[in-house]
Design a protein around this ligand. Sequence first.
Ligand code: MG
Ligand code: MG
Length: 260
Amino acid sequence: MIVLKTAGELDLMDEANSIVHGILKGLAERIGPGVTTAELDRWAEAEIRSLGGVPAFLNYKGFPATLCTALNDVIVHGIPDDKPLENGDILGIDCGVLYKGYYGDAARTYAVGEVSDVADRLMRVTREALDLAVERVRSRGRLSDIGHVVQKHVESNGFSVVRQFVGHGVGTSLHEEPQVPNFGRPGKGMRLKPGLVLAIEPMVNAGRNAVQVDSDGWTARTKDGTLSAHFEYSVAVTPSGPRVLGLDEAAGAQQALGAA
Ligand code: MG
Ligand code: MG
């Protein structure tokens, strides 16, 4: 079932997502060589709770942490641990918050110190793919136009799009219909309507798109061991165009997930 949200609900979802974006911004100041993802996780959980939110991923189907941390070849769903980050790593962080009955969901990938040219380009292309996708979140547009533009941008830059995991509707549940793949032919699927909220989240591999999941049942990594990047926004369809939820409008969408 597709759930369309009222203007009042979109404002609540904006609040939930602004907590998430506050966390992602705070993490940018904390991430660096020597820091552990477990430390980042403890900080994020305390911060979310102090703002009256609930970590949405903690205990979700048994997930043991507040943040999903995706180091280097990990695509998504990595579990924070006590291994210090190293110069040259890339670290994806996905954060979800439940606030006043609504979910916020966003992600970004961070450079740890100085990263390689390919890592830098992978993050930039993934981030650009998300920005292009947001532009397709328009009333009367088609759902598959979103995935199409992501795939086109990623593949034209020599990278590959993960197919095993997709974006999703979001609202009073963390995962609602419809699914939002990051690939596909344009002009297909439902027509987008005001009030629809989509979590759009391109996952892009430097090598091939095959995925393998670790024995922990969560950590999904590239099968060929190449780097992977992930960026995500929760975006509402409004009569005047896409509304990226949780952003400080004065700062603008381009700055929210870090400079490309
Ligand atoms: Mg997410
Ligand atoms: Mg999501």
